[in-house]
Design a protein. Structure first.
Length: 517
């Protein structure tokens, strides 16, 4: 019996020193930031975030980081530069390592910008203070979901919440103070200075009262969407292109669009010529915001530029050439682009023979552009031709619609019939346009209205005559002479006695009553 006992000690998996808290939103544009992760970890232990860092984490980051539980410890370690913890430098690297060894998690790099360290310059990348969307906090609270801060909010150039279409906030509504990205009392959803709630439960409509022009919103949305794509792909351990490969790709665009004329390219981008030259030659790398501006103008998503750059590198490797000499890479990618452009031009030509002729905006949309500017750069003549044809067509359609409307007005025998002015208003055009294109129809509408008016006049005069007759008879009964001024006092419209027909009627009555001479 004893032989069947297993006397081997059971294998116990390695225990982590801190909770294996799961990061929120991995692989999505709203992935949590590393600072948010640390704050939530501290919240789980019900200790101030600073205390957790100073006691547990900092000593693993560097042996000298031993400041006990003093609040000043955080400042002595990070010297007011805590934003770097979400970034791509040594601090975020060592914080990731420390946290991974404490929690035994393996994917915490993707809560920072570390995966993009090779390709995006660090300068001005992250905000110096904390930013948040109060409604996102409010919604999470109502839905009883954990409060956290997306990495997206910490980027300098992300200024809006796409979900709530409002600007991110950076001042506490209670104490009116900004928060550092990481502070002793950092806690998602709460001010690290006064500890008050930063969220809002306002209805979405109230938040939408924020006024922003369409073009400004297009830019903000482009930035947030593209950075969201970037942070979402971080968890898939992205292959990143080198900065030289990106320079080469930009140079490819300058060649395709402007035959390599950097001045023209920089003017089109709305960026400095000298700077553009440095980016295109790889002397320096554009900051994220600038790179996004370039992508926005090219209407090419940031990740697509990265992929094109990677493709360039692969082609260069196949050709066993250093990247600087990638004639093969650049010319074949150039060929690809030229091919794509000529395919688009063929489609534009086809649009010219379409019936009904489409608008240029429609053609641009079909080719995957939000605006028509790029098409104008490729083939301005064709664009003008497409526009002209569509305008011509629209005019014909419009006139046809107007004719139908006029014919309907004539066929409809309503009383009172409308004047030409009224008809023009009702179909949102001018009397001038109507008379110019449809003189006969206008004539028939006008004459019908004129005869209606004269009928009205006859009736009105008849009524006036009767009224005068009655008033005069009444005055006569009272023994008062029915003079024009006396009669007028009793009329509905006293001034109507001045009319020629009224005078004649009064004269007639006076004669009948024996007052006339
Ligand atoms: Zn929001
Ligand atoms: Zn506050």
């Amino acid at each position: 019996m004893y032989e069947s006992w297993n006397v081997q000690p059971p294998s116990i998996p390695e225990r982590s020193r801190l909770y294996q808290l799961e990061p929120i939103g991995l692989g999505t544009p709203s992935v949590e930031s590393l600072i948010s992760y640390v704050s939530r970890l501290a919240e789980a232990y019900c200790v101030p975030t600073g205390l957790l860092i100073v006691n547990e984490i900092a000593p693993l980051m560097k042996a000298e980081y031993t400041f006990g539980d003093k609040e000043g410890g955080l400042d002595r370690i990070f010297a007011n530069q805590t934003r770097a913890l979400n970034g791509m430098g040594n601090w975020s690297k060592s914080l990731v390592q420390a946290l991974e060894s404490l929690t035994l998690r393996t994917n915490l790099r993707s809560l920072t910008m570390l995966p993009w360290a090779e390709v995006i310059p660090q300068k001005s990348l992250l905000k110096p203070t904390r930013a948040w969307c109060p409604n996102c906090y409010g919604d999470s609270q109502i839905a009883e979901q954990p409060l956290y801060e997306p990495l997206l909010w910490s980027f300098s150039c992300v200024e809006v919440c796409l979900h709530h279409q409002q600007p991110l906030h950076s001042l506490c509504p209670t104490c009116q103070k900004p928060n550092r990205p990481l502070a002793w009392l950092s806690r998602p959803g709460y001010c690290s200075k006064c500890r008050e709630w930063l969220g809002s439960y306002r209805k979405l409509e109230a938040a939408q009262s924020w006024e922003i022009t369409e073009s400004a919103w297009a830019w903000h949305a482009w930035v947030a969407n593209n950075i969201g794509d970037l942070t979402a792909s971080a968890s898939r351990e992205p292959i990143t292109p080198s900065r030289e490969a990106i320079a080469l790709t930009l140079a490819g665009y300058a060649r395709t669009l402007f035959e390599g004329n950097i001045s023209a390219f920089s003017r089109w981008l709305g960026l400095g010529r000298v700077q553009t030259h440095r980016w295109v030659t790889g002397e320096s790398a554009p900051e994220l915001k600038t790179l996004l501006k370039i992508c926005f103008r090219l209407e090419v998503p940031l990740l697509k530029i990265f992929n094109q750059a990677i493709a360039n590198t692969c082609l260069a490797k196949e050709a066993k050439q250093p990247l600087e000499q990638t004639k093969v890479a650049s010319s074949s990618s150039l060929n690809l682009q030229v091919e794509e452009v000529s395919k688009q031009i063929r489609q534009m030509k086809a649009a010219l023979t379409e019936d009904p002729p489409p608008s240029l905006a429609k053609v641009a949309e079909r080719l995957g552009y939000r605006r028509t500017t790029t098409l104008y750069y490729y083939a301005s003549d064709m664009c003008h031709a497409i526009s002209a044809k569509h305008t011509e067509y629209q005019k014909v359609v419009e006139l046809k619609n107007i004719r139908c409307a006029l014919e309907a007005v004539i066929a409809n025998d309503v009383c009172p019939p409308p004047s030409l002015q009224k008809v023009a208003q009702s179909i949102s055009t001018s009397v001038h346009t109507l008379k110019k294109h449809f003189p006969e129809l206008c004539c028939s509408i006008s004459s019908r209205y004129a005869s209606y008016l004269s009928e009205c006049r006859v009736k009105r005069i008849q009524l006036l005559k009767e009224e005068i007759r009655q008033v005069a008879a009444k005055l006569e009964d009272q023994g008062i002479e029915p003079t024009a001024s006396r009669v007028s006092l009793y009329l509905n419209k006293p001034r109507s006695i001045l009319q020629k027909e009224a005078k004649a009627a009064l004269k007639e009555v006076r004669y009948e009553l024996g007052w006339g001479k």
